[in-house]
Design a binder for this molecule. Sequence first.
Ligand code: GAP
Length: 444
Amino acid sequence: MKKENNLMEKIVSLCKRRGFVFPGSEIYGGIAGIYDYGPAGVELINNIKQAWREQIFRQHDNIFEVDSSILMQKKVWDASGHTSSGFTDPLQECKKCHRRYRADHLTEEGVIKCPNCGGELTEPKKFNLLVETHLGPVKDDSSLTYLRGETTQGIYVNYKNVKITMRADLPFGIGQIGKAFRNEITPGHFIYRMREFEQMEQQYFIKPKEAAQYFDSWKKERMQWYLHLGIKEENLRFRPHAKDELAHYARSAEDIEYRFPFGWHEIEGIHNRGDWDLSRHSKFSGEDLSETDKDTKKKFYPYIIETSAGADRLTLAFLADAYREEKDRVVLSLHPKLAPFKAAVFPLLRNKPELVEKAKEVYNMLKNPSTGSGQGFTVAFDDRGNIGKRYYSQDEIGTPFCVTIDFDTLEKDDVTVRDRDTMKQERVKIKDIFSILNKNIYGK
Ligand code: GAP
């Protein structure tokens, strides 16, 4: 247990030191369950989102992307079941210091007194997770609404819009990436359980009798995505939900779990939501969201197979999986596609203007290729300290390739390319670096 906590401490510290993740409002002492992404973290999480987009929207012709608003009518959350008992956690409060805790988390850990002050705890009470806000100048019941508790409700309210504008027929899907908010009682484990987080959700609308088939195919497809991006197979598993733990909307559900340093935990949910959502939104909005079976002419509400992943949890999983210590270096062996910087360029010596000038030339060429050979890379430039230190600092950020410009470069137009994982160095012509990186990072 100690070793595992130690590993999390190392990851958290690396995230801060190397600009991945910072505590939210840090200069004011932080705010529980809220984190900010720094320059390296933004690149990493954006690459994860981009890889998700590639699978969901580029590999499927019939899945469409939307970007719906965070604020919606309160009625949306009544229809979805989130304002009633469906979206609640059992909560216990300390009678002395008034801190609140998830009752099920305390039970899991065998805790019966307040972990903060040892005070007596109240009986568990249900606590709604939606974050309330008021829209408009008057703060009363009529202006009450919520920051969205899941991104997917913004998909359902646009079901008809997308279907009509894209001339889509079942089966088809709608996906989106965006922020979600939950008043988590016990946020924790760094960016694992947050109060403001990002979801990557996809809803596949199908005929009811196809539910089992698509539930299985989406499970397989999503698992493959993690494996393809380099997560170790032994750190991933499915966990089916027992009947009594299913969310209020789900007929069946399986989590994809990752083996974090603090144990196996959910990173993505695959849910068969049945006809819950479209039937409820039809009823509450008065808009008919049903379909008609072409053969039997009978009306039905499409079933939904949902894949719902958290971008922040995935970021933590990718970081934990990539972290390794090797003799005197720390390496993030991130899949090159996910690495914040694809390459780092170094002049051998910072006090030799001709080397610095050449290095800047290579750096700019990799960032903005003029050859028309495609998009440039995210590239770091470093001329501080000795080359060994520069390599190690790029290893910690996960940069797959380091390119060093030396005196031979000026003569022969070639550079040393050093591989993060093998530490092997190779002499390569400047004109070939771009295509070598492309091949090694994107396989093209
Ligand atoms: N639309 C279905 C839904 O929201 P969920 O299991 O509550 O289902 C889906 O959440 C995913 O969203 C989780 O697998 C997790 O990756 C992410 N997630 C949920 N709550 C989170 C939180 N408090 N902090 C970070 N990520 C969270």
